[in-house]
Design a protein around this ligand. Sequence first.
Ligand code: WTA
Length: 660
Amino acid sequence: MSDARQTIEALLDEQRRFPPPDGLNRRAVVGSGDVYREARADVLAWWAKQAERLVWRRRWDEVLDWSRAPFARWFAGGRLNVTESCLDRHLPEHADRVAYYWEGEPGDRKIITYGSLHAEVCRLANALAALGVQKGDRVALYMGMVPELPATMLACARLGAPHVVVFGGFSAEALADRIADAGAKVLVTCDGAWRAGQVVPLKATADEALSRAPSVRHVLVVRRTGGDVPMLPGRDHYYDELVSAHPPWRPATECDAEDVLFILHTSGTTAKPKGIVHTCGGYLTYVTTTHSMVFDVHEKDDIYWCTADIGWITGHSYAVYAPLANGTTSVLYEGAPSHPDKDRVWDTVERYGITTMYTAPSEIRTCMKWGDSYLARHDLSSLRLLGTVGEPINPEAWMWYRDIVGSGRCPVVDTWWQTETGGLVIAPLPGVTTTKPGSATLPLPGVAADVVDGQGRSVAPGEGGYLVITEPWPGMLRGIDGDEERFFETYWRRFSRPEEGRWVFFSGDGAKRDSDGYFWLLGRVDDVMCVSGHRISTLEVESALVDHPAVAEAAVVGRSDPETGQAITAFVTLRSVVEADDDLAEELRAHVSRKIGAIARPSSVVFADELPKTRSGEIMRRLLRDISERRELGDLTTLADAGVVQDIVERAKAGRAATG
Ligand code: WTA
């Protein structure tokens, strides 16, 4: 049995042990609902109709050009600039409508209307153009959750310059790699960001990164936390000074539907992150449509809050592009949910009268752990729809979200998707789809997903398999920046039959379907972990560990964690001269934080004399996963030296006490 297959079996076992609560409405809705029928009847006509949601300068000639599959061209020949859909079209009638209620962690607030956002975006686009940014040039962003972040993304889009946003929690090295990979000419950053009462020194980290990223010629610095930051004359400019020197109007650069809108790096099964490419027409059509349908958007009376950091795809699609294109009023919050107290989230919901909330299961579990008393302090009656994303939601957290946060009144939409899919793929339609706790339910109208075995055949209900998407969709990634081969290998090779014209996208996730056709996500089946909804590659953490002079070899696995979904366990062998102790374990954790960022810090480090390997020398991660999950160990026959396993089991048990 393959590693991935065993992972699926283990995950299914886990689900059998923790079945969802009873008492659900079991009405099957597969195939019901006019929208599903309409989309199925003529899927390209369906997407063409959805594309009408955008402002086009020139209509497309062809809805989908799939002649170079798996490289798709959606709305081929169409011309647009996405900022005209996100901003200009709301003016002048809705210039005063709020685009963002922004709140800083210390409690400072700003109201950003569609009119003021438009003006800011134009000023900044003028400023960037004056610095030499042209259509096609890449601009990197390394910022906190400030209003200037969406404004900068849109200013890039206004110029047709792809943005490359790097999450503000990444290290200097991770930032340098991403800037270099994309060849960005300009970096926009902040002096610092507020997080849990502390200043995150973004500019200092950026300076460190820039010493290794020579492509950057100009740096814009948003003043957020104040205080002195070193500014390099000629290279560094204060954002506010540049922006105020330019007029609040700039015509949008006309782009092709398939021009690159942005690149966003994500972790895969190698140590090097992949730059996922999304383009203008298909992406915006897809996120706008799915946002409108799944979040049941009503422009006038909704106050919508997507809590994701804009540094991840959820923030790109559902805190910036889709809500703006739909004319939604959003809340944007800078800091930690526990600051100044653990009721910050509920306080925010009450003060803004939030109707629609979209967050990650880890956040829900954390709030659940903090206790209902924090909710009880606030009136949450404005809420009408609750969404989750990023990792499987356990039925217990789902029920708490629905019954305690939503008082049993609000539908819960569990949405499955990925950086690669651009937008939601499997999710219920509120009012149409009957939900079940723990299931993301059904593929959205116009999307075709399946669960298949190793040979690509659909599996029977209840059986686990690989989650695949069998038809192209407008939000699909257009490639991995600069690496066609890897794009093909990672997503398409495994289940496609090019000779039969059949192209199947492999998600990297395991799933099963129940007898109603509902999808139940089982987690990743590759070397990717999902920690607090953040996607982290085991290989990236391993290569950070072996970079430490004390480490000889490292193998990293994700183990289930009741709060963060998965937690990182590192199995490490040392160079002979070094002593294994708690201080070293702590140093290794800190080393990974420095190399990648705090999100990748292992929660436990287990020292071993040797790692279990096959006779061909491959580390048996499956076995390490079983050890860290305290599962019965599977097949040991391929192991080169069975003796090493017992030793690791003992140390893992002891090592669990020494976690941090
Ligand atoms: C996981 C985040 C279960 C999955 C939008 C996927 C989920 C990875 C869900 C993508 C969900 C996302 N239920 N698992 N509702 N949503 N995932 O690229 O493993 O950061 O492959 O995109 O998160 O993570 P990414």
